[in-house]
Design a protein around this ligand. Structure first.
Ligand code: GLN
Length: 217
């Protein structure tokens, strides 16, 4: 095992542990803004190597990516400013990705309020802040179906969450809360409206790692 540190252009030290000969996947967590540290913590706990991603070249060599929650418009502006929209679109076409809350919005093809600079890789229409101002944040059970015929319950933490208003033909609904669509899958991309990284239930992160392992064999 060899530990190496390198400096990014922002001067931040990136320490990565390379373990040649093992299949330990490296998952990037987009760290422009928002709740990225909690995703890193959860992925670390599951044994993945992680890398915070702030610029396009930090996508190189990653096996999968998380786009976290935060403020969707700000995240979109930062993606443009850092020249990351194109490279992210390219990356998520070929690798497993999990988008949560604002991350789901960034993956969407369309939003009801005409949000700009979306990655437009998932054929869904998303309504931002859909649960209304009175219920900005709440916790509620989510019906989750990650495999055909399997329906489980997951505790959902929603923070000014979107819901999915419409899905295209290639999109599966994998999570609902109170009848609303709060989770979708299209190929190797999964987007959820809630925050699995803020709870203790690793099922969605586990799912991402399983997708990564399957995509590498
Ligand atoms: N309401 C936020 C937005 O539309 C998303 C909130 C979140 O990611 N927790 O940008």
């Amino acid at each position: 095992m060899v530990g190496s540190a390198q400096l990014t252009a922002t001067g931040a030290a990136v320490t990565e542990i390379h373990r040649p000969g093992t299949d330990r996947p490296t998952i990037g967590v987009l760290a422009l803004q928002g709740a990225f540290r909690e995703h890193v913590r959860m992925l670390d706990g599951l044994g993945a190597a992680t890398r915070e991603v702030r610029m396009a070249r930090e996508l190189e060599g990653l096996d999968g990516l998380v786009i976290p929650g935060g403020e969707s418009t700000t995240m979109g502006l930062l993606m443009e400013k850092e020249g990351m929209r194109g490279p992210l679109r390219e990356f998520v076409r070929h690798h497993p990705v999990l988008g949560t809350c604002a991350g789901l919005i960034r993956l969407a093809a369309r939003t009801i309020d005409g949000e700009q600079s979306l990655l437009q890789v998932m054929d869904v229409t998303v309504r931002r802040n859909a649960f209304g101002r009175q219920t900005r944040s709440f916790e509620a059970p989510v019906e989750l179906s990650l495999a055909p015929g399997v329906s489980e319950t997951m505790h959902g933490i929603f923070i000014r969450a979107p819901w999915v208003e419409e899905v295209g033909p290639g999109v599966e609904v994998i999570a609902r809360c109170d009848g609303r669509i709060v989770g979708v899958r299209q190929g190797h991309m999964v987007g959820v409206a809630f925050h699995p990284e803020l709870g203790e239930d690793p099922r969605l992160h586990d799912y991402l790692l399983a997708e990564v392992r399957a995509s590498r064999t």
